[in-house]
Design a binder for this molecule. Sequence first.
Ligand SMILES: *[C@@H]1O[C@H](CO)[C@@H](O)[C@H](O)[C@H]1NC(C)=O
Ligand SMILES: *[C@@H]1O[C@H](CO)[C@@H](O)[C@H](O)[C@H]1NC(C)=O
Ligand SMILES: *[C@@H]1O[C@H](CO)[C@@H](O)[C@H](O)[C@H]1NC(C)=O
Ligand SMILES: *[C@@H]1O[C@H](CO)[C@@H](O)[C@H](O)[C@H]1NC(C)=O
Ligand SMILES: *[C@@H]1O[C@H](CO)[C@@H](O)[C@H](O)[C@H]1NC(C)=O
Ligand SMILES: *[C@@H]1O[C@H](CO)[C@@H](O)[C@H](O)[C@H]1NC(C)=O
Ligand SMILES: *[C@@H]1O[C@H](CO)[C@@H](O)[C@H](O)[C@H]1NC(C)=O
Ligand SMILES: *[C@@H]1O[C@H](CO)[C@@H](O)[C@H](O)[C@H]1NC(C)=O
Length: 325
Amino acid sequence: MMVHTASLGAILCLASVCAAANFPILLNITSPLTLAVQPLCGALNSTNFTEINTGINLSATRTIVAFGDSWTSNGANGTVPLPPIMWPPSPSAGSRLNSNRRATNGFIWVEDLANTLSAKLLNYAWGGAIIDNFAWNTTSPANKTGVPRTDFVAETSLFLQQGRFLDALIPSQTLFTVAFGINDEGQFEIGGGDWVRATNTYLDKLGELQAHGAKNILIHGMYRSHSNPNALQNEVFSYLRQSKEINGTNFAFVNLERLFTAIQNNPSSFGYSGNPTCLVSSSTSVGGCSSPDTSVFWIPGHPSSNTHRLISEYSIAVVNDCLVG
Ligand SMILES: *[C@@H]1O[C@H](CO)[C@@H](O)[C@H](O)[C@H]1NC(C)=O
Ligand SMILES: *[C@@H]1O[C@H](CO)[C@@H](O)[C@H](O)[C@H]1NC(C)=O
Ligand SMILES: *[C@@H]1O[C@H](CO)[C@@H](O)[C@H](O)[C@H]1NC(C)=O
Ligand SMILES: *[C@@H]1O[C@H](CO)[C@@H](O)[C@H](O)[C@H]1NC(C)=O
Ligand SMILES: *[C@@H]1O[C@H](CO)[C@@H](O)[C@H](O)[C@H]1NC(C)=O
Ligand SMILES: *[C@@H]1O[C@H](CO)[C@@H](O)[C@H](O)[C@H]1NC(C)=O
Ligand SMILES: *[C@@H]1O[C@H](CO)[C@@H](O)[C@H](O)[C@H]1NC(C)=O
Ligand SMILES: *[C@@H]1O[C@H](CO)[C@@H](O)[C@H](O)[C@H]1NC(C)=O
């Protein structure tokens, strides 16, 4: 069993709020779950996206740069993350006083990956993020009713402004992870929009990252199948196949739908029991289940921290098992 220990001094005293000081924080990273599914490796010439690794070497990875939404965000937004401390009734591990939190009850998958590899993590993901605000009527700055969100455009822009000051970003030692689509599907279903624009922006941003040295790119396919995100993922796969050929870019494609379908079909084989989703809402832990360690989701639609561990393990399995020459 591994237990990480950290001592936290006097935390923070505001005028009326003074947190208890000088207590040890024990972060129990023991998980009762096991990864009970193997990747389904495909071929580089596949017309549709398929699980593959064209040359990413995790042993060489010293830095991870992450882009995405609440499934990937640790609340850092390009800075140093706060530790995953729970402050009930807030269900989101991290800060007590601002939104620098995780949509889960512990580490998120890309932190687990970084911890496993002892790599530095630069995380630009943010909750609710989409690919391109201008793609959807509900988020378009061109639409007077639109409410823009963080998008892949903004995340890339922030990384390009400050990432090089935070790390040497040695191409062969840096892994870029990208996971978008679920919120795009959500916004599209609400108010319509333009998948061609979203797709082009996704590929443009990959190109911009490549132009700035990205040689190793890991993509997450969405955990549920929807026709538009599937088509997007086919385009991303096909673009990265060309990248491999033209630019020598190594890429891995991890299909989370395969993992989550396997979990849904046979949760007990992974060690899950009880409620598939622990909490009743995203805003409070009150009324939640008593078995978060064996729940698939913690907040509705958001994996529990132990499921995040499986996502990390599954991503590693794809990279290790699906390597093509
Ligand atoms: C850590 O978690 C495991 C699995 O849930 C549990 O068996 C163990 O007792 C926990 N250890 C501590 C120190 O809380
Ligand atoms: C991919 O290549 C294999 C041989 O390596 C071939 O058998 C297969 O038909 C090809 N598939 C496509 C879609 O081109
Ligand atoms: C992967 O990286 C490690 C560490 O740099 C290196 O020792 C190993 O040879 C690399 N493997 C391949 C297949 O390049
Ligand atoms: C992330 O940080 C950048 C730069 O400080 C800031 O402009 C942006 O608003 C932040 N995003 C969020 C969602 O806080
Ligand atoms: C603005 O968005 C709404 C849906 O949120 C849509 O019905 C309307 O057509 C959009 N207007 C324009 C000018 O795109
Ligand atoms: C949404 O945006 C598209 C263009 O991006 C437009 O054609 C459409 O009319 C808009 N409104 C709805 C409700 O889809
Ligand atoms: C390939 O992707 C297209 C578009 O998403 C889809 O219609 C088709 O069923 C997929 N084919 C296979 C074999 O999955
Ligand atoms: C190749 O890399 C350049 C940047 O150096 C990028 O703009 C372009 O999109 C890449 N093309 C492919 C097919 O990967």
